[in-house]
Each structure stands twice: as structure tokens, then as C-alpha cells.
Design a protein around this ligand. Structure first.
Ligand SMILES: [Zn+2]
Length: 327
């Protein structure tokens, strides 16, 4: 096993990044299937096994199915009935591939060059899983304003055990603490790991329970905000038909807490509010009705917090420095 790791380490970064890009394109192609089939109860993910044209239902050839390339070869049209396939299919594939590559670069090469640590692959897998869950979540919520429970409970079953890997949840938080990262890697004492909420050992159990606690707090906080908004803006909420905060958004906070741990959950939430505010102002200026649900913003926040938390920490530190300068 150690030799395999040595061989892998010798490979040039570009080789790995191109490989990850290709894997990402295929996963993106699968995510398109998930987004189309999961909310449609008559279809399951693996039945029918082969992809079919949503218009004429003809089974597609394997080469039509290749991510990005298939769409380009067919120029976005069905070979059999000529119906146009939206640009969204190749865009989702390209986005997934791009995010996977970015995650690999961030996790393995950018942040203090973790390539030397064997456990870095687990952190990368964690980041890739977050992308693979958050993208279909955002797209289904955007399309249908609802989220199938399968997309909350299924990922929870994966991410709860994964939260035992404190390195993945602590990734990118180095500049929040005073002890250098090398010390944390060498000796993972509970006081050295930022996302832990408790002070008991073993670290893996502490990490898992901390992530669950973060999820529960996020869930409770958003539930309270929703109830408060229902009371404060009762009239407006009734006009919009129902609840200020959808049940899907609240469940997403639980999942995000378990995926990210508390400092990143908070960062993701603020990113979501910021994007929501910017788009909300644009919609008012452009005189468009409130068109977008909150779920996609939360999903973008989660991906950004998972991959860019060190930048968010830098931003936060700069802001605190600015405030101190003012005082
Ligand atoms: Zn067709």
C-alpha cells in the first residue's frame, strides 16, 4: 500500500488533474440522470439502465452518451427525432468536471501541499461527495421547488460516518487557529482541531458528534427563523403561499452541518444570504418577481465553504482587522 502511494506521488499533478476532470465529466453525466429521474417516481436511477431521449424515448447509443463530447457531436439534437437538448446537460457535466478538478487542486496541491499526507485522498473524496450531492440538490430545488427526502436521508447516511474523518471537516481552517497545520497533522489533540465542539477523546467520535451537533443547531436555527418570519411577515408569507422557509431548506441545514462542521456551516449560510440579497436586489431593479428558492443559494454556499474556506477565513480576518482599525 505504501509503495502504491509512492508511485502515485511521483506522477505529475497535471496527469491527476486531467484524470479527475474526466471522472468529473462522467459523474456530471450521472448527476443529469439523477436530476431528471429522482423526482419522477415512475423512473429509478438504474432502470432503464441506458439513457433514453426524453422526447421520443429511443435508447441512446453509448457514444451519444459521452459527457460533453456526445452533446457536441450531436450539436444538441436527438439523432432520431431531432428534438433539441438544452445546453444545461453539457453545462452540468462541464461544471462538475471543473469543480472536481478545482477540488483536487485545492485539497492536494494548493493548501500547504497536502500531497505528502496519505489521508489527503479521503479529504478529496469528501469534497467530491459534497459537490456530487449539492449540485443535484440545487438543480432539483430550482426546477421543482421541492427536494425528495431521498436526497437528504441518503447523503446523511454517507456523511455521518464520514464526519469521523476530522481532517476532511477541518480542511482549510488552518488560519483560524494559532497552532500550525503540521502540528495538527502530527498530533491531533482535541484542542488543535477547529471544528470540534467538545473536549473528549477519541477524536473521531468527537468529530462525528460535533458535526451532528452543528447540523442540529443549523436545523433548529433555520426552523426558528422560519417560524419567526411566518409571524412577522404573516401577510406577505400568505401571499407567497405557505411558509417563509421551506422544509427542504431546513433539512438541507442538517445535512450541511454534518457535511461541513460548524465554522463552515456558518460561512455557507452567510454566503447563501449574501447571494440571495444580491439576486433579490437585482430582481427588484429588473422588476422581476421573486423567482428563485433559497436551496440553490445554500448549495452554492456549501460548495464554496467546502473548497474555499481558507479564503473565507482570510476575508473574515481582513474584515476584523478593518473593524479594529476603525476603533
Ligand atoms: Zn428523440
Amino acid at each position: 500500500m505504501k509503495e502504491v502511494f509512492e508511485i502515485i506521488k511521483e506522477m505529475p499533478p497535471a496527469f491527476w488533474l486531467v484524470m479527475i476532470f474526466c471522472i468529473g465529466a462522467f459523474v456530471g453525466s450521472f448527476l443529469n440522470v439523477v436530476v431528471y429521474r429522482l423526482p419522477r417516481n415512475c423512473l429509478s436511477i438504474n432502470n432503464p439502465k441506458r439513457s433514453f431521449c426524453p422526447s421520443c424515448k429511443t435508447q441512446l447509443k453509448w457514444n451519444d452518451n459521452l459527457p460533453i463530447i456526445g452533446w457536441l457531436l450531436l450539436r444538441g439534437k436527438c439523432r432520431y427525432c431531432g428534438v433539441k437538448y438544452g445546453l444545461r446537460y453539457p453545462m452540468v457535466e462541464l461544471l462538475t468536471a471543473g469543480l472536481f478538478t478545482f477540488a483536487a487542486w485545492r485539497v492536494v496541491y494548493a493548501d500547504g501541499n497536502l500531497a505528502d499526507q496519505p489521508m489527503v485522498w479521503l479529504t478529496l473524496l469528501h469534497a467530491i461527495l459534497i459537490i456530487s450531492v449539492m449540485l443535484p440538490w440545487a438543480l432539483i430545488d430550482f426546477d421543482l421547488r421541492m427536494i425528495p427526502d431521498k436526497l437528504t436521508l441518503g447523503p446523511l447516511l454517507v456523511f455521518i460516518p464520514f464526519a469521523a474523518d476530522w481532517r476532511a471537516l477541518d480542511f482549510g481552517l488552518a488560519s483560524l487557529r494559532s497552532t500550525p497545520d503540521t502540528a495538527v497533522a502530527a498530533e491531533p489533540g482535541v484542542h488543535r482541531i477547529t471544528h470540534l465542539m467538545f473536549s473528549f477523546e477519541p477524536v473521531w467520535l468527537n468529530s462525528m458528534l460535533s458535526a451532528l451537533a452543528a447540523g442540529a443547531i443549523g436545523y433548529g436555527a433555520l426552523w426558528l427563523i422560519g417560524k419567526g418570519a411566518n409571524i412577522l411577515f404573516a401577510k406577505r408569507v400568505e401571499e407567497m403561499g405557505g411558509e417563509a422557509m421551506g422544509g427542504g431548506d431546513i433539512k438541507l441545514m442538517l445535512l450541511m452541518g454534518v457535511m461541513l462542521g460548524w465554522p463552515k456551516l456558518l460561512a455557507a449560510f452567510f454566503v447563501a444570504i449574501f447571494i440571495g440579497a444580491v439576486i433579490g436586489v437585482y430582481q427588484i431593479i429588473a422588476r422581476k418577481g421573486p423567482g428563485t428558492p433559497f436551496g440553490p443559494y445554500l448549495a452554492i454556499g456549501a460548495i464554496l465553504a467546502a473548497l474555499g474556506s481558507s479564503w473565507l477565513v482570510d476575508l473574515y480576518n481582513a474584515y476584523m482587522g478593518f473593524l479594529q482599525g476603525m476603533a
